[in-house]
Every structure is written in C-alpha cells, then in structure tokens.
Design a protein around this ligand. Sequence first.
Ligand code: SAH
Length: 372
Amino acid sequence: MSVNAKVNLLDFDRAALETFFVELGEKPFRARQVLQWIHQRGVTDFASMTDISKSLRARLEERCTIVTPRIVTLQDSTDGTRKWLLGVDTADNAIESVLIPEKGRMTLCISSQVGCTLNCSFCSTAKQGFNRNLTTAEIISQLYLVNQTLRAEGNQQGVTNVVMMGMGEPLLNFDAVMAAISLMCDDFAYGLSKRRVTISTAGVVPAIERLAEVTDVALAVSLHAPNDELRDTLVPLNRKYPIAELLRACRGYIDGYNRKITFEYVMLAGVNDSLEHARELVDLIRDLPCKLNLIPFNPYPHAVYRCSEQAEIDAFREYALGRGVITVTRRARGDDIDAACGQLVGAFKDRSRRSHKYQLGLNQIEGTRLAQ
Ligand code: SAH
C-alpha cells in the first residue's frame, strides 16, 4: 500500500474514528483508546499503544498515519505571546497559530483556512488572498503541537481556551472546523468546555443557523460597523448578509441558552469610532444578550487605516458601558512579532489573485514597483 493511501487519524473525531474501527471489524471503544493516546499523551507511534492488541497495532501501522504540519518557526514576543508558523503541505503553504498566555489561562488562536476569501478592508490576511481550506487534521494539529511544546517545557495543563480567530473564516470551512471542535470538546481528546471554545465569524448567516443545530460553543461576530452602508465597505460579506439578517441569526444562536454573543469591533480612526457610531451601535445591540469587544486596529505595512486614539476608544467604551452594554477593550498582544489580530499572514501561493491585484494597486499608489 502506498503511503498516500494511508488515512491520517488526526482527521477523525470520535464518531468518525468509531465508524473507522467498526469497518475494520473492531469494537467502537478502540476509538476512545486511540484518541487518548494521540491527543492526551501525544503518542503517534502505534507500537507504543500498549493497551491495543499487537495484531491491531500492526493493522493500524499498515493503514494509518498520524501526521501533523511541521513547525517552521516559533517566535516569542516580549509580552509572552508566541507565534507558530506551520508548514501544512509540500506546496509551501504555511499558516499561523498564536498562543496568548494570561493569568490563569492559555488561549490559542487557531487558523481555519490558508488565507481568506472575505477581503475585509482592514485585515492583512485578506491582502494575501486565499489558497485552500485546512483539513480537520491541520486544524486540530495546531492545538496538538502547541500542547506538545508546552508539555516539553514542563507545563502539563497546556492550552485552556481556543479561539477560531486566526487566518480564515471558520464558517466557510464548516465540516472540518466542526470535527476539530468536537475533538477540542471531547473528554477523550482535549476536554475543553464549550464555553472555552469560541468561533469567530464575519457573519456567514446560513452557517450560523447551521451551527446552532450542531453545537453551542461560544460565538463571536465581527461587526465593526453599526450600519449597512459602512459595513458594506469594511466587511464586503455584508452585501450578501446585511446587519438585520446577521443579528437575527445571532439571536437564534443563543435563543434558549443562558449565554451571550461577543461582538468584535475594530477601532479605525475617523471611520467607525465616533460617539455617533457608538450611539448607533448601542441602539442596534443593546436588547441582545451580548458583550462588546473593542479591538484597537493593529497596523501592518501599507495599511490604509490608522488606529483610533486612546481617548476615542475610551469615550466609545464609556458610552456603551453607560448604556448597559458590557464593553471591554482588547489589549494588543504580540504586535512586535506580528501576532496580533489581523496581522496573521502565514505564507502561501494565492489562488484568488487578490494579493496580485493588491500589489498592483500598491504599485500604482506608490508609482514604483515594490520589491517581490
Ligand atoms: N474570519 C473570522 C476570524 C478571523 S479575524 C472573523 O472575521 O471573525 C479575527 C478578528 O480580528 C476579527 O474580528 C477581525 O475582524 C479582526 N481583525 C482583522 N484585522 C485586524 C486588524 N488589522 N486589527 C485588529 N483586528 C483585526
């Protein structure tokens, strides 16, 4: 059998792995044993899986692999944030994952796609274009590899929280993301509580409705503007799924649960940060159980936006707080290693040709050819 024909067991959540074992003529509980070996003990060598019979180990060896992306670089920020560049295939595609240590928790920011198709005007991932969706194995491996690193350094607890806020739009890679999330929340794999796993979306309305049917992990929505006219320019997806529809889907998602939607709002100087915007925003969201997360814009080369002044951000926050909306300002983390929100670019060949158009646009603006 060629190596290519082997299945990567990291692509399977528990249900899929049980089906796999039943098809092999084995008992479904083997899935739980193998999940624990891989995801909890970090063992990828079948010969070491000692509670499995020798003959089954030999069959697994023959048919399966356990392959993670490779760590290309690991950068440490002065504030403790760490960024992994992970090579996901032989076509030079690489993605980024960011670990944000805080008091009592270790949050891992995970990528779901190589690039992104949504082209939000303020995001640097968008400027890189899009190559492909990540597989379940590539998504869960980000957690697997970071936990391995932490364990090797003596931190046994590992990652405590996951946010799907890295490169890509998780709800446009629905099935692979769902299988990875089911592993994150599985007691035989990572055992994270659903409150500690957050999906962040730019607002793919039908996928939010579908999500409500399959899980109840925490949901963050990148709102960024209080009206359609402005949001159309910042988040082009809004032209397809305008704010009213998006909010209806948000309400549907938390309906019947005692939980809140997190609205993310990037603070762009002179664009969406006035008190008038704050008033409009509060009117929009105040009767929905929610939290508002103000994100200072993180700059990157050739960005056309600037971050709002601190005074502006504070005034916006005070206004929303004063009207009963729970509001926090997110601290920029890891910006010295380009690990902050919207700065993740990985490395890959764009297949949407957007990065090419962006380069051409820049060349015109600067009247000069940029170095490749
Ligand atoms: N596609 C998903 C998840 C990826 S982006 C989404 O849109 O939610 C994670 C968060 O970072 C989003 O809220 C995004 O809008 C925000 N972001 C993107 N670029 C940014 C930048 N340059 N500065 C600050 N936040 C940014």
